[in-house]
Design a protein around this ligand. Structure first.
Ligand SMILES: C[S@@+](CC[C@H](N)C(=O)[O-])C[C@H]1O[C@@H](n2cnc3c(N)ncnc32)[C@H](O)[C@@H]1O
Length: 272
């Protein structure tokens, strides 16, 4: 087995295991809930009426359901057997069957989608951090987007203040894990796979010169990252204050480039 196919297999296995209780965990983690709200608010600002959305690494389809409820058509893609199963259970019949379509597909094989075109490509919560070079996915974007199509990519960047300050607790490896050039081993549900971290300029370079940056925003610069869920549980009022501070500074340099995740939104400019 090549290292690429081992990575794909392990990502599939890890997220398939996680898929069964993914939604429950998402709901009970107040930081994740807040971050998801921030992402949706951001994306709604850049969506235009009747936009067709292509969602990469959709997971269980939590965001697809939200955008479908707002009236958008969403084509959901994910690699993981379990995540795709969850989406099929939720969306194949009932209220969403005319708004949401599902395809099991890696974002490194987007040619499998065929000749369809979209107005918006969306990837939430670090799915794209599972590949070493974003161009493995972004190379397909121009052929999938309509003129002036937009993308919002929610990515784990290298600089995360809450991880860096773990240095003072002696957790040196953890504090600097996002700086490993060759990627860092993640352990999801006992399955290990590599994770890679990308700065905002790195994301823009991967999109190429035909994309213009519209907005850069951060998630959780001051808010403790979702893994530190004990903090908001113990100090809910403090967590709310930190959420508010983040909401104020999320779009302001240099805070918009650091944090647990960054949201990079860009527009495809077709040259005549
Ligand atoms: C942290 S989850 C995020 C899921 C969802 N976007 C959300 O916001 O809840 C990461 C997702 O990325 C998917 N993923 C990882 N590598 C992928 C790949 N090469 N192609 C498609 N999906 C992938 C995983 O299966 C998983 O569902």
């Amino acid at each position: 087995m090549t290292s690429d196919s081992l990575q794909i297999n392990n990502v599939n296995k890890a997220f398939t295991r996680q898929s069964k209780y993914y939604d429950d965990y998402d709901k009970q983690n107040s930081t994740l809930t807040w971050m998801r709200q921030q992402v949706r608010k951001h994306v709604l600002k850049y969506l235009r009426p009747n936009d067709k959305i292509l969602e990469l690494n959709s997971g269980t389809g939590l965001d697809a359901e939200f955008f479908a409820q707002k009236g958008f058509l969403v084509h959901c893609t994910d690699l993981s057997d379990g995540m795709v199963e969850q989406m099929k259970e939720k969306f194949t019949s009932g209220n969403f069957s005319d708004k949401i379509t599902i395809q099991q597909c890696s974002f490194t094989e987007l040619d499998k989608i065929g000749n369809r075109k979209y107005d918006f490509i969306f990837s939430n919560f670090g799915g794209l951090n599972c590949i070493p070079d974003l161009r493995e996915s972004t190379k397909y974007f121009p052929s999938l987007l309509n003129k002036t199509g937009r993308v919002s990519l929610v990515i784990l960047p290298p600089v995360c203040p809450w991880e860096l300050i773990q240095l003072f607790r002696g957790k040196i490896k953890f504090a600097f894990r996002r700086f490993n050039k060759g990627g860092t081993m993640a352990n999801v549900e006992g399955v290990k796979f590599k994770t890679y971290y990308f700065s905002a300029p790195n994301v823009m370079r991967s999109l190429g010169n035909d994309f213009k940056l519209l907005k850069l925003e951060s998630l959780a610069v001051f808010t403790p990252i979702p893994q530190m869920e004990k903090i908001p549980k113990k100090f809910p009022s403090l967590a709310k204050v930190l959420n508010k501070i983040d909401e104020r500074i999320s779009g302001v340099f240099p805070f918009n480039r650091i944090g647990d995740h960054i949201i990079v939104t860009a527009e495809y400019i077709v040259k005549d």
